[in-house]
Structures are given as C-alpha cells and as structure tokens.
Ligand binder design. Structure first.
Ligand SMILES: *Cc1c(COP(=O)(O)O)cnc(C)c1O
Length: 354
C-alpha cells in the first residue's frame, strides 16, 4: 500500500512561529489511514491538517478505545533531521494496539508516513537549542455502535508540532509527591499500553499534588502500594554513590519507555553499573536519608532526563543532593541529547536521518 500525498499549495503553507511552547501549535500536514474489519487498512494519505467528523456514537468517545505514541525529530547542526529509534515507537504502538484489541499497522508504512510527513513539513522542525518537532501518532475506534465490544472501524493518524526546550533557564530538579492514595495502573491492566485511559486516570492525583506545590506524582504498585513504578508519565532511576543506577524492573504495569531502554544500554557503556530491580519505597527513602542515593531522575522523550530534588511521602520531605541536579543526570542528558541531535557519534545506530 502506498501513501497518497495531497499537500497544500506552496503559497498556502505557513511556517513555524517564533514562540510555540509545547502541544498547541501544529504543522501544516497530517497523515491518516482508515480500517474496516474484513477490508483492512485503506486510504493512507498525507493531507493538510484538518478536523475530523466523527459519529457521536463512535466507540472512542464512550469507552476510550484509543492508543498513541510520542517521539521527536531533531534538527542537526548541519541542517539535516534525525529520528531517534522510531522503530521502537512503532513496535510499541502495535503492542498497545494488540492489548486494546485494535488492528496493528504495517511497520514500514508507519515509518514511511512519519518520514514523508516530516519531509513535507521540514520547515517546522525548529533549530533553536533544545527544541524539536514532536510527532504524535494515534489510533481511535471510529465505528458507530454503542455496545461494549471491540469496534469494527478505526482511524490511524499522525500529527506533528514544534516543541520548545523542556528546560528553560536551567536543568532544575522537580519536587515529587509519592501517591499514597491513588494508583496509576495494576498488573493485568493496561499500564504497559500507551492508551488514553491511563492518563485520564492520573489527572486527579496530578491536580491534587499540584495544588500543594509538587510538579509530579510518583506512582507505587497498585497491589501493595509499596514498589516504585513511575514518576508522572516518565520512568524513574535512582543513582547510588554516583556510579550505580537502578530502575524498577518492568512489572507489567510500568510503561516500557524507550528513553529508559536507551539508558540501560548507554549507562554501562559510560562506565556506570546499571540494574533493573524491584524497588521498595521504604528502602529508597532510607537510602536517600542515609545519603547512599545521590541522585534521582525521571526519563522520557519529553524531558529526556528530569532531575528530582525532593520526594514527599505521607507529609515528610526527603531532599536529594540538596535539591540540586547532579552530575550523573547531566552526563546522561548530555550524551542522550548529543546522540539525538547528531553532535555525538552514534555508535548504537539509534538515529536515522530523514
Ligand atoms: C511515554 C511514557 C513513558 C516514557 O516513554 P519514552 O518512550 O521514553 O518516551 C514513561 N511512562 C509513561 C506512563 C509514558 O506514557
């Protein structure tokens, strides 16, 4: 199947504005393709960015049968554009689809769709330091029937938009509240899938901690309320004595991040010891108090690395490295962003030029 391209006339195109922040400005074009049971995928096309007309009874609007992905295109110093491990996002998209009883998409077509879309809107890939073009693939159940069962019709689409630097005015640590009342996901549920419901379920706790001055929620496992899982919509790592890094082992309710996976490969290469473990929150807090844990950071595509300066558990505050970001976080941040922006030699063959 090939992608039909119906671009805007050159004189109708806009260009990337000076100010864009994150998530509310979108590029000129988008990709869509449709699916019907019995027919498969059809009408793969790149068209001008547009709204959808959708039947009010569409399954996605009632039961949340939806998945998404998030990755970035990076402007290299020579003006060319890099993607970072895009096949991993596409594979995860299909794993999420499988879990949500949605049709998988052809991996090669999905990659081609992203690359063509970025080529057409290449003027939208910003070149300011730390900025990028955010790519948001998604799939929704569109067939109209109010009945609780997997839908017959789906829409797969990709939109893109410029993303400003995550850290403005410094690599400052965030403060994090350890959720003692709310849970994000449970083993056997859909925490491993990038599906909208997980995020809807997390909003209440995020709002509550924001009101008392915290930036993110740290999620514990849902069964014992004891094992560390994630921080906000990021995976989490703890640094012992500045040289050993630990991250929670994938439990079935943790989203398997590509940044996390990259750190698992990169950290040993940079001379750190790195392991995946079952991490008891009480042990973690004791190790912060005794000073054995020297750094804590979240990791994900948006921030790459987000240092954590303070954890609060049941009203008690635990400061990490005097609430300052530390050298291991900065080292990993510089190395990962160097690979993504093409300023460091890509020994792992993680990047693809468009
Ligand atoms: C997307 C996401 C991550 C990070 O994944 P990356 O592939 O590194 O961007 C971590 N946790 C949750 C809940 C996520 O949705």
């Amino acid at each position: 199947m090939s992608i039909s391209i119906k671009p805007l006339a050159e004189n109708k195109r806009s260009s990337c504005p000076e100010e864009f922040g994150f998530g509310s400005v979108f590029s000129d074009h988008m990709f869509t393709q449709s699916y019907e049971a019995g027919r498969g995928w059809f009408d793969a096309e790149i068209t001008p960015y547009h709204t959808f007309e959708i039947d009010p009874s569409a399954a996605v609007l009632h039961y949340g049968q939806e998945i998404f992905e998030g990755l970035k295109a990076y402007r290299k110093p020579d003006g060319k554009i890099n993607l970072f491990r895009p096949e991993e996002n596409i594979k995860r998209f299909n794993r999420s689809a499988h879990r949500m009883v949605m049709p998988e998409v052809d991996e090669a077509l999905h990659l081609e769709a992203m690359k063509s879309l970025i080529s057409i809107d290449q003027n939208w890939v910003p070149d300011q330091d730390g900025s990028s073009l955010y790519i948001r693939p998604a799939m929704i159940a569109t067939s109209s029937k109010i009945g609780i069962e997997a839908a017959q019709g789906y829409l797969h689409f990709i939109i893109t938009g410029p993303a400003g630097p995550y850290f403005q005015g410094g690599f400052y640590p965030i403060s994090v509240y350890i959720a003692d009342k709310y849970r994000r996901a449970v083993v056997g549920g859909v925490g491993e899938a990038k599906t909208g419901g997980n995020y809807a379920a997390s909003l209440y706790a995020s709002e509550e901690v924001a009101k008392i001055g915290y930036t993110q929620v740290l999620w514990l496992d849902a069964i014992e309320g004891r094992y560390v899982e994630e921080v906000g919509a990021m995976n989490i790592c703890f640094v012992y004595e500045g040289r050993r890094i630990v991250t929670p082992a994938l439990s079935g309710s943790i989203l398997p991040g590509i940044t996390r996976d990259s750190i698992l490969t990169l950290a040993p290469y940079l001379g750190y010891e790195m392991t995946e473990e079952l991490l008891d929150v009480h042990q973690i807090l004791a190790d912060i108090e005794s000073g054995k844990i020297t750094e804590v950071f979240g990791c994900g595509t948006a921030a790459v690395i987000s240092p954590v300066g303070m954890l609060c558990y049941k009203g008690k505050e635990y400061f990490i490295n005097d609430n300052q970001s530390g050298p291991v976080s900065k080292h990993l941040y510089d190395q990962l962003t160097g690979l993504q922006y093409g300023t460091i030699e890509d020994k792992f063959v993680w990047t693809q030029e468009i």
